[in-house]
Write a protein that binds this ligand. Structure first.
Ligand code: G3P
Length: 215
């Protein structure tokens, strides 16, 4: 499973990339709004740091406007993947821009049927939002699992990108059900590195090493 970071914070992204495990980044208007910087400027900064796909979101609401916006955003940088929300005009726009070779991440996916439609329209990625489904008492991971199975059944090239991840356990489960990608908030990614027994083990090895170094 490939690992993307779900953040627009450049320092967090630098740290993740330095760690050597970050294959891409996803942003959205809410994440960039927290940074107090213009969307395009931040996406370009991220594209320089990450050698992989960087999702940037379209906010238009009609198919024609989405197509125009997607074309414009895709021009920003070769790493850019345009995010288009799962709506009827969105599907039309996905079909039209995918045919031009623009990569699309279909966002706000909450059912396997939505994932199937976006895949048939030509999306490169479909992003089921796990946490937001769990928040309303649904099983977010079931949407990831069923979407993966449907895409596999029909050999569709679209990749499932597990999004709205809140816990390290969500990442484990996304990997177990075969999600192609997980986009992970920075705090969750850095938590994944840690285990109390690892820290304890290092302390013990260091203490023992001092015994023979002292000899
Ligand atoms: O990638 C989508 C993600 O940013 C949504 O996460 O936590 O706002 O549901 P969240």
């Amino acid at each position: 499973m490939r690992i993307f970071m779900d953040t627009a914070n450049i320092e967090e992204i630098r740290r993740g990339v330095t760690m050597g495990v970050v294959d891409g980044v996803t942003t959205n208007p809410s994440l960039v709004a927290k940074e107090g910087i213009e969307y395009r400027d931040r996406v370009l900064e991220i594209c320089e740091v990450v050698q992989g796909p960087v999702s940037a979101e379209c906010i238009s609401e009609t198919a024609d406007a989405l197509v125009e916006e997607a074309r414009r955003i895709a021009e920003w940088h070769e790493h850019v993947v345009v995010k288009i929300a799962m709506t009827e005009p969105g599907l039309e726009a996905i079909r039209r821009v995918s045919a031009e070779g623009i990569r699309v991440n279909t966002t706000l996916i909450f059912s396997p049927n939505q994932a199937l439609l976006a895949a048939r329209a030509g999306a490169t990625y479909v992003s089921p939002f796990i946490g937001r489904l769990n928040d309303i008492g649904h099983d977010g991971m079931a949407v990831v699992r069923e979407s993966v199975k449907i895409l596999e059944n029909f050999h569709l090239p679209t990749q499932v990108l597990a999004a709205s991840i809140r816990l390290p356990r969500d990442v484990t489960e996304a990997a177990l059900v075969g999600s192609h990608v997980a986009t992970i908030p920075a705090d969750v990614l850095f938590q994944m590195v840690k285990h109390p027994l690892t820290d304890q083990g290092i302390d013990r090895f260091l203490a023992d090493a001092q015994k023979y170094n002292a000899v």
